[in-house]
Design a protein around this ligand. Structure first.
Ligand code: IPM
Ligand code: MG
Length: 364
């Protein structure tokens, strides 16, 4: 393959520990799978606020723009937590998503058979769960203007704006339907069309786009109902396509199906997901920076390692490497190795040891 550059942003908390393991796995996979990658590392999030007062310094944004893909750990922590602060670590994430045009956020959720005991849900509900949420990531209420607080004669008020253009909705749904074609050919489009005008447009466009994919079974589901179905019958879903805020909420809920947030990767793409193509993307675990266990070699690196697999699939044009990394993770978990978040009985291994086990299998 042509040489690819990966910008690594370890971020805060456990971010540096988990990204180090994912980078090492990519390096181990490189010779066997013909990956020709160079890594360049930058500072964003709370660490960047401390260093220079800005969560996403201009030079780091340029680093991301100049790379084929971004691998990110996590940002944030109690030190920068004041919601009233003008600069917050999370702004680095929103800034990268918007500046790089990463509109399609893929969040796969699988109930790993060996880990069903780690979930608070009953095993019979979890068996066979394999779904992927495609969340719109650069529009909606996260970015709409005005978004502000103001004072009127009646006192304080605040406003956020939920706005979607037809183009923003259509391209996300195309990404969802394309993905459904690579899977079990089912797509649930989630909205709140009984209340919101933006959702009524969403639903209208979902029907228009669906006509171009007659081989995919499409249904509309209201977001409140989906919150319930995800717990009662998660097995019934394949691709779930939805807008930014609904996707944010539903993916934390769906994460519980996998037993631990520590197992959930994500990809944020600037184009539709095509395995083997080279789309610009940002890859990160769904979990946060877990400051309580930072620096203790206790984090689970598997979500970041699985994110690196998605990076191979969608940004490096190397689906074979992605499959190999995912298979290695499956083998390590099946062999009974557990980090603390997954260990029911207290016997667990550290972040580095877990990364090492995956690396050995990927490189072998
Ligand atoms: C996520 C996170 C982010 C979001 C935060 C950290 C800005 O919750 O990626 O789901 O709300 O999108
Ligand atoms: Mg979230």
């Amino acid at each position: 393959m042509a040489r690819a550059t990966i910008a690594v942003f370890p971020g805060d908390g456990i971010g540096p520990e988990v990204t180090a393991e994912a980078v090492a796995v990519l390096e181990a996979a490189a010779p066997r799978h013909g990956l020709d990658v160079t890594f360049t590392s930058g500072v964003i999030g709370g660490a960047a606020i401390d260093a220079c007062g800005a969560p996403l310094p201009a030079a780091e944004l340029e680093r991301a723009r100049g790379a084929d893909a971004v691998l990110l750990g996590a940002v944030g922590g109690p030190k920068w937590d004041n919601p009233a602060a003008a600069v917050r670590p999370e702004q680095a994430l929103l800034g990268l998503r918007q500046a790089l045009g990463l509109y399609a956020n893929l969040r796969p959720v699988r109930a790993w058979p060996e880990l069903v005991a780690a979930s608070p849900l009953r095993p019979e509900i979890l068996t066979g769960v394999d779904l992927i949420v495609v969340r719109e990531l650069t529009g909606g209420i996260y970015f709409g203007k005005p978004s502000e607080r103001r004072t009127t004669a009646a006192g304080r008020e605040a406003v956020d704006t939920l706005v979607y253009s037809e183009e923003e909705i259509a391209r996300l749904l195309h990404a969802g339907f394309a993905l459904a074609r690579q899977r079990r050919r089912r797509l649930a489009s989630v909205d709140k069309a009984n209340i919101l005008a933006s959702s009524r447009l969403w639903r209208e466009i979902a029907h228009e786009v669906a006509r171009e994919y007659p081989d995919v079974k499409h249904e509309d589901v209201l977001v409140d109902a989906m919150a319930m179905h995800l717990i009662r019958r998660p097995r019934d879903f394949d691709v779930i396509a939805t807008e930014n805020l609904f996707g944010d909420i539903l993916t934390d809920e769906a994460a519980m199906l996998a037993g631990s947030m520590g197992m959930l990767p994500s990809a944020s793409l600037a184009g539709p997901p095509v395995p083997g193509a080279r789309c610009r993307g940002l890859y990160e675990p769904i979990h946060g920076s877990a400051p309580d266990i930072a620096g203790q070699d206790r984090a689970n690196p598997l979500a970041t390692i699985l994110s690196a697999a998605m990076l191979c699939r969608y940004s490096l044009g190397r689906p074979g490497a992605a499959d190999a990394i995912e298979r290695a993770v499956g083998e390590v978990v099946a062999a009974g190795h557990r980090t603390a978040d997954l260990a029911a009985d207290g016997s667990s291994i550290g972040c580095r040891a877990m990364g090492q086990l995956v690396r050995e299998r990927v490189g072998a």
